[in-house]
Design a protein around this ligand. Structure first.
Ligand code: MD6
Ligand code: FE
Length: 217
């Protein structure tokens, strides 16, 4: 074996971590888009501010959320669903910026899901102490499309479980710029995010932002 091959193989391989049969963590994949993502986020936030939705059982969610794209994920006492309009303003959600669409499409293709056309982008904001308990993503019409999840800001510990809530989850760190793509036989696996640790991110301060792109309708 050539020493040069050895030297360069490791950083390249460590960029793509397979977490399940159809789940890939693409380390730093979003880096080239970061400036654009953050600029677009500010515009989205101005039109559709982050808010704390309530679970159907009436509990206030600790994660603050907003959406962009033709459909937005919402939760209230009537249940979880997708809506073309923001219930707080009655207006359509802000459009999906081309850079968002392009990043999601390229990440999906890299993970083996070519032709991904998201119609929904849920934006989650975590402050220190905020967590997301184990859940399945099953409000989408068709489970053949993957989900593409982009992490920005403070690092988080992601729990990646099995098909049953009781299956013991594995833990993986999600860092600024990481993209997680999952679909296929992993599409309905339970997952969650542990309480965010305090810290200061140079671009985002004391928060973590997560974008999840889906084909919902
Ligand atoms: C988060 N993510 O990372 C929450 N769901 O903040 C999710 O709930 C999620 O990252 C489905 C697929 C990927 C995800
Ligand atoms: Fe989820």
């Amino acid at each position: 074996m050539f020493p040069t091959t050895d030297l360069f193989a490791e950083p390249i391989q460590s960029g793509r971590l397979q977490l399940g049969p159809a789940t890939w963590l693409l380390r730093g994949f979003a880096q080239p888009w970061i400036d654009t993502l953050l600029a677009e986020l500010r515009l989205i936030e101005a039109a559709a501010p982050f808010r704390h939705m309530h679970t159907p059982g009436g509990l206030r969610m600790s994660v603050a959320q907003t959406n962009c794209g033709p459909l937005g994920w919402i939760s209230d006492r009537h249940g979880y669903r997708y809506s073309p309009t923001d219930p707080d303003t009655g207006q359509p959600w802000p459009p999906l910026p081309p850079a968002f669409r392009q990043l999601a499409e390229q990440a999906a293709a890299t993970a083996g899901f070519p032709g991904f056309l998201p119609d929904a982008c849920l934006i989650n904001r975590y402050l220190p102490g905020t967590r997301l308990s184990l859940h399945q993503d099953k409000d989408e019409r068709d489970f053949t499309a993957p989900i593409v999840s982009v992490s920005l800001g403070l690092p988080a510990v992601f729990q990646f479980g099995g098909m049953r809530r009781a299956d013991k989850p594995e833990r993986v760190s999600l860092l600024h710029g990481d993209v997680l793509v999952w679909g296929g036989e992993d599409r309905l696996r339970y997952h969650g995010v542990l309480a965010l640790k305090d810290g200061q991110h140079p671009l985002l301060g004391a928060q973590r932002i997560n974008l999840t792109f889906r084909r919902a309708g």
